[in-house]
Design a protein around this ligand. Structure first.
Ligand code: HEM
Length: 407
């Protein structure tokens, strides 16, 4: 019906026609808002309809229908026997190239679990109890996204790891730990990010697009990050997260590409990247060498120098990025792999390649990664292990045939 036709409709509420039209417009607006709110109602199960291929970039607020595919089961996976994947994401020098280092990953491989699950699960439970909301936060604007993430995990995990998880009518059970999570009850017993944290070995972050196009960190469960704290970064934009941490060459080499990349992430593709650090203590949740977790300022400057080699650990993060289909938040997963250098240096090619990689760091990268605190002990050890391997017949020319980045 046209506006002029509406104006001519007789009404018995005594309002002038122009006011009636205004009231109708307001009521229609409320109805539309209600409908779009229902789309992110936290109680609705996440099973939507088909999405056409070739999705175009959309704003974070526009809902999209998307069929969530169940992953294939991980054949032969066992909480006792499946070892952590051996990410060795360092390259030979002489030049250390700073790039985003993104690769696409198979959707089935979104979350990686292994026989370290019991340790991670126990460490997380202690952290949740002892540090709770310092490590886990969900901004009210991010509650729908956190619920969506929980629903995604409750669908993905039982399909991918049927020996560990069972889907139930109300949520998900961990059959190893005996935990039962009801994700339909309201209110939930815990913050949705806490429940997510208990289900997997990864730390998790959710970034939401803001009206100015930036992405902000508005939900996270960051329990095992080692070198950074959620409370320092919560609410920050992607750029501020990185500049506040003095990430080397961020503004010159990474920022533009990252900002663009975030705007373009589609719901049907997952991305991964890997990094690595040296740590001079064996604590997975927080590296005490850089300071007490509650100190306002922490950093490599306080770390003890020249510790014996048995205190040197290798920390590598396997990160994934994806856009959640319903709320369009970006989900960032951080899975930390952590082992003693002495164990890793037994692997063919590793000591030679790692020492070459460390020698290729420029001044800023060296400062960021704390090289001065461990280089003397570590490089000497790695060089000796490399010479042993060569003496024992390691064929350096074959390395490219037996491994491929990030392994
Ligand atoms: C395209 C995606 C991203 C790229 C290319 C990227 C790149 C980097 C790089 C190069 C570093 C230095 C350490 C390393 O080598 O990894 C870093 C550190 C870091 N990134 Fe990212 N990042 C990305 C996404 C994110 C997201 C989504 C978050 C959200 C939580 C995040 C949080 C951090 C934090 C907290 C640090 C440590 C900063 C510090 O030391 O204070 N990054 N990132």
């Amino acid at each position: 019906m046209s506006i002029s036709a509406l104006l001519s409709v007789p009404n018995d509420c005594g309002l002038p026609p122009i006011l009636l039209v205004a009231a109708l417009i307001v009521l229609t607006g409320i109805a539309i808002r209600r409908t779009s709110q229902q789309r992110i109602d936290v109680g609705r199960p996440l099973r939507l309809i088909t999405k056409a291929q070739g999705e175009s970039p959309q704003s974070a607020t526009s809902p999209i229908c998307y069929r969530v595919q169940s992953p294939q089961p991980y054949h032969g996976w066992s909480i006792r026997h499946t070892k952590p994947l051996p990410y060795r994401a360092f390259r030979y020098g002489p030049k250390y190239n700073i790039t985003m280092g993104l690769r696409t990953i198979d959707r089935d491989e979104w979350i990686e679990l292994d026989n370290h699950f019991p340790k991670y699960h126990a460490d997380k439970a202690i952290r949740i109890q002892e540090r709770g909301d310092k490590c886990i936060k969900t901004h009210p604007d991010a509650v729908p996204a956190a619920m969506e993430l929980l629903e995604e995990l409750a669908n993905y995990l039982p399909a991918r790891y049927p020996g560990l998880f069972k889907r139930t009518a109300v949520g998900i059970d961990n059959v190893w730990s005996g935990e039962s999570f009801n994700i339909l009850q309201r209110p939930l017993r815990e913050d949705p990010m806490t429940v997510c944290a208990r289900l997997i070995q990864d730390d998790l972050a959710l970034l939401l697009e803001q009206p100015d196009g930036t992405y902000r960190l508005l939900a996270g469960c960051i329990l095992l990050a080692g070198f950074w704290r959620l409370s320092d970064k919560f609410g920050m934009s992607l750029s501020d997260i990185h500049t506040s941490g003095n990430v080397p060459s961020f503004q010159e080499k990474l920022e533009r590409g990252m900002v663009k990349f975030f705007q373009r992430i589609k719901t049907d593709t997952m991305y991964g990247r890997s990094n690595y650090f040296i740590q001079v203590d064996d604590s997975l949740p927080w590296s005490h060498s850089i300071g007490d977790e509650d100190d306002p300022d922490v950093g490599w400057s306080t770390a003890e120098q020249g510790k014996i080699i048995h205190h040197h650990w290798f920390r590598s993060e396997r990160q994934s990025l994806r856009r959640l289909p319903r709320t369009r938040a970006i989900c960032f997963t951080i899975r930390t792999y952590f082992l003693p250098i002495t164990e890793m240096a037994e692997e063919d090619y590793v000591p030679g390649r790692l020492s070459s990689a460390i020698r290729s760091w420029d001044h800023d990268v060296s400062k960021y990664k704390g090289r001065a605190k461990y280089e003397a002990v570590l490089l000497d050890y790695l060089d000796r292990k490399h010479q042993d391997q060569v003496r024992n017949g390691l064929d350096l020319a074959r390395e490219e045939h037996v491994r491929q980045y990030p392994w």
